[in-house]
Design a protein around this ligand. Sequence first.
Ligand SMILES: Nc1ncnc2c1ncn2[C@@H]1O[C@H](COP(=O)(O)OP(=O)(O)OP(=O)(O)O)[C@@H](O)[C@H]1O
Ligand SMILES: [Mg+2]
Length: 231
Amino acid sequence: MNKLIRVVDLYKSYYDELTELPVLRGIDLEVKRAETIAIVGTSGVGKSTLLHLLGGLDRPTKGKIFYEGEDIFALNDPELDRFRNEEIGFVFQFHHLLPESTALENVAMPGLIARQKSDVAQHRAKELLDYVGLGERLEHRPSELSGGERQRVAIARALINHPKVVLADEPTGNLDQKTSEAVHDLLWTLNDQFSQTFIIVTHNQTLAQRADRLIQLVDGQVSDQVDSLDF
Ligand SMILES: Nc1ncnc2c1ncn2[C@@H]1O[C@H](COP(=O)(O)OP(=O)(O)OP(=O)(O)O)[C@@H](O)[C@H]1O
Ligand SMILES: [Mg+2]
């Protein structure tokens, strides 16, 4: 089955006591296995909101998301937690690494949560850190790593459970151009070599143009036209 994700008529509003803030207003989207998709749009349009829903980090106001035909919001909370941990790799804008843990421990952590044996998780964590060029930094804590190195640790961590898809929220948002390009190259290499599906929110035009597909959010919906000046 080539189709990995199907988003159907997805709505998300945030509420305070008095008002509704509608953010996503009827998103329809299909993602194929091994596809790379860039999500662009102006600040506040709802890109992170959409990514969080795709990652099962939050529930929609209305609408459905299917992974390989399974309606993820029909799962109860513990099932959704398990789904998120085992099937989704999430790369946050500011890496969200555990400050007291080493690079190796940070990468191994989701594997341990998914009940991999400790030696198996450690072995795979080391392999992944080697792969992202940090084989010499296994024992470094996040504060002892550069911004680009932290982002590469976060990418390695996102891959430990062989996720169906990696969701990345501005993975190079706080990096300089050269370091950003190194992180982009890594993402594309992972896509090429492992057919890993990526959905990447980005303001970076170079990264966005390299994706198989560019999706622009405008007024809570997927726009038919992509306006390159608008992100
Ligand atoms: N938890 C929340 N409660 C209330 N409003 C929220 C919440 N999270 C986001 N919003 C609002 O929803 C809108 C969309 O936010 P979102 O973070 O998805 O935007 P974005 O497209 O990722 O923006 P940026 O490019 O700045 O990261 C914004 O107006 C924001 O203020
Ligand atoms: Mg955002």
